[in-house]
Design a protein around this ligand. Structure first.
Ligand code: SF4
Length: 348
């Protein structure tokens, strides 16, 4: 992990949709941080709350119908949830920029690429609002012949090229944090790899921090410094990427990894996670993953697990996370019933 200073800190964020008895909680006590230059990937199935968490960073979720009953979102030490509209305007597209899933719907079809990037420059860096800067930005994201392509309309570009234009618009303001919400989902597999390579390259060259939102664990290995896995509105595992990918500790993370196709080794049938993500407002009791968990035990439907730092830098929300470790480490889990029973028996 990088030792740079803290850029973003989300503390105990709660986000509700609706009001009164009909309110449903989409984000329930999420805490995350991102340091300058760091890439954090937020992974989970559709509907787990990852996109609304990401949109909350620039307060892009309309309130109402949403409300924030608790929590703080500290960006460079200032709480986004308590900012005025003018302060928020400076943050959006200035300190934080977004890339979304569908470039074809994010770009305006009636304006040429040039005028769309120019608009972003005029808003955030008026001193740099020139054709030379547009060409430089398009070159930065790997668009060939940028002098002529900037005169194209979006429909004249392929999906991959459209996403590159979106990335250049996001970079026009020289953001400290780039939030990429499923940036490759609408693209072909080969183009997905190119866009991930491009994001990794830009992160290294420009030194910006990145929050990458994805449902696909298969694309994060090459780019993430740390990974956070989300389920039913909560973080269930958070760890350095290499450690989490080599030994996931939460049964949900393990199941997600088993559902990713591998290019090497013997061809194996992919394992689907049984059932589906619970609906907002209808979360199961105890551990929210228990109806789908292959490792659930008798007390999982009754005892909600806390997110605990079980090893240095490794946070897990599961009573039985230590089942994934080799035998000598198993006693590390203070919630392990066998350990509790043994302690009670010995009177300690
Ligand atoms: Fe599975 Fe129980 Fe762990 Fe939840 S607490 S993930 S149900 S083993």
């Amino acid at each position: 992990m990088t030792n740079n200073s803290l850029l973003l800190e989300i503390r105990n964020l709660k986000l509700d949709f609706g009001a009164g008895d009909g309110a449903v909680r989409a984000v329930d006590g999420v805490s995350l941080s991102i340091r300058e230059g760091e890439t954090l990937c937020l992974v989970g199935e559709s509907g787990c709350g990852k996109s609304v968490t990401a949109l909350s960073i620039a307060r892009l979720v309309p309130t109402p119908p949403a409300s924030y009953p608790a929590g703080e979102i500290l960006l460079q030490g200032r709480d986004i949830l308590r900012m005025s509209k003018t302060e928020l305007r400076d943050i959006r597209g200035g300190v934080v920029s977004y890339i979304f899933q569908e470039p074809s719907t994010s770009l305006n079809p009636v304006f040429r690429v040039r005028s769309q990037i120019m608009e972003s420059l005029k808003l955030h860096r008026p001193e740099a609002a020139t054709d030379d800067e547009i060409v430089r930005l398009l070159k930065l994201v790997g668009i060939p012949a940028p002098e002529s392509r900037m005169r194209d309309y979006p429909h004249q570009l392929s999906g991959g090229m459209q996403q590159r234009v979106m990335i250049s618009m996001a970079l026009a303001s020289q953001p400290k944090l780039l939030v990429a919400d499923e940036p490759t989902t609408a693209l072909d597999v080969t183009i997905q790899a190119q866009i991930i390579d491009l994001l990794r390259d830009l992160k290294q060259r420009l030194g910006m921090a990145m929050l990458l939102i994805t449902h696909n664990l298969g694309i994060v290995g090459d780019i993430a410094d740390r990974l956070a896995v989300m389920y039913a509105g909560q973080i269930v595992e958070l760890a350095p990427a290499n450690e989490l990918l080599s030994r996931p500790l939460h049964p949900y993370t393990q199941a997600l990894m088993h559902s990713v196709p591998k290019l090497s080794g013997q061809a194996k049938r992919l394992t689907a996670i049984p059932g589906s993500v619970p609906n907002l407002g209808a979360f199961p009791s105890g551990c929210r993953f228990h109806p789908r968990c292959p490792k659930a035990r008798f007390d999982c439907p009754e005892r909600p697990p806390e997110l605990l730092e079980v090893l240095p830098g490794r946070w897990v929300r599961c009573h039985y996370w230590d089942a994934a470790l080799p035998e000598p480490h198993q006693a590390l889990n203070p919630n392990n019933p066998a350990l509790i029973q043994a302690r009670q028996a010995s009177g300690n």
